[in-house]
Design a protein around this ligand. Structure first.
Ligand SMILES: O=P(O)(O)OC[C@H]1O[C@H](OP(=O)(O)OP(=O)(O)O)[C@H](O)[C@@H]1O
Ligand SMILES: Nc1ncnc2[nH]cnc12
Length: 217
């Protein structure tokens, strides 16, 4: 079966490729964001769906490459991904770097000794995340990966866990880091990477990409 098709050179921000496995001839930075699906589940949370882009092998590879570009000259000992969707990108990044992967989990799943951290996220709910205590050590440089940063509450809790165990946050990587107070705090205090070109950042912040106008799955 043919997994990817070459399409005419076009700007995917204006004319998105709705075939999820298609690859445009010109792959500008962030082209794969137009593969994202809009929220169709109602108005409670304006959640976007980056997981659709992971289905396209070239999109996943380009996304991982873009997330790693700012860190090319940096020492990274371990990649940590945040439950749940951060596991996909985190493990892909770890494999690309040939480093190990540490799962930072929502509470109640790790049946080993853990450190835990309370936090709240874009839902406003109080949550707890946990990390096993037998991996992170002082001096270890950890790249934290998640799918998305909205309020920054989730990422900040993960940062606190890593630092409390004495390790160093080498950087923070996510498909998108919204320009919220918490998102800016992360950008101000840590090395970071994301996949959103400047001209799409305000669309991301408003939870609506122009590419959704012609979205059909
Ligand atoms: O910046 P914040 O406001 O804290 O929100 C960011 C978090 O929210 C999403 O995960 P969510 O828990 O909704 O879903 P998931 O379990 O599917 O990853 C996202 O992947 C981040 O982990
Ligand atoms: N995938 C996502 N899209 C939009 N906002 C989010 N907030 C947390 N995750 C998000």
């Amino acid at each position: 079966m043919e997994l990817s098709r070459s399409l005419p050179r076009t700007d995917a921000r204006v004319a998105p490729q709705m075939d999820v496995l298609a690859v445009p001839a010109g792959r500008h930075r962030g082209w794969y964001l137009s593969l994202m699906a809009p929220n169709t589940k109602g108005p409670t949370f304006a959640w976007l769906d980056p997981s659709r882009l992971y289905c396209n092998p070239q999109a996943l590879a380009d996304c991982v490459r873009d997330l790693l570009t700012p860190f090319h000259n940096d020492a990274i000992d371990l990649v940590a991904g945040i439950d749940a969707m951060g596991f996909i990108l985190g493990a892909s990044v770890a494999t690309s770097l040939r480093k190990g992967f540490l799962a930072i989990r929502k509470a109640g799943h790790l049946c080993v000794a853990t450190q835990s951290q309370n936090y709240s996220d874009y839902t406003g709910r109080e949550k707890t995340m946990e990390v096993r205590v037998d991996v992170l050590k002082p001096g270890m440089r950890v790249l934290l990966v998640d799918q998305w940063v909205e309020t920054g509450g989730t990422m900040r809790a993960a940062i606190q866990l890593v630092e409390r165990l004495g390790a160093t946050v080498a950087g923070v990587a996510a498909v998108a880091i919204e320009n919220t107070e918490g998102g800016r705090w992360i950008k101000d205090h840590y090395r970071f990477s994301h996949c959103v070109p400047d001209e799409l950042q305000s669309q991301v912040d408003h939870k609506h990409l122009d590419s959704f106008k012609s979205f059909s799955s």
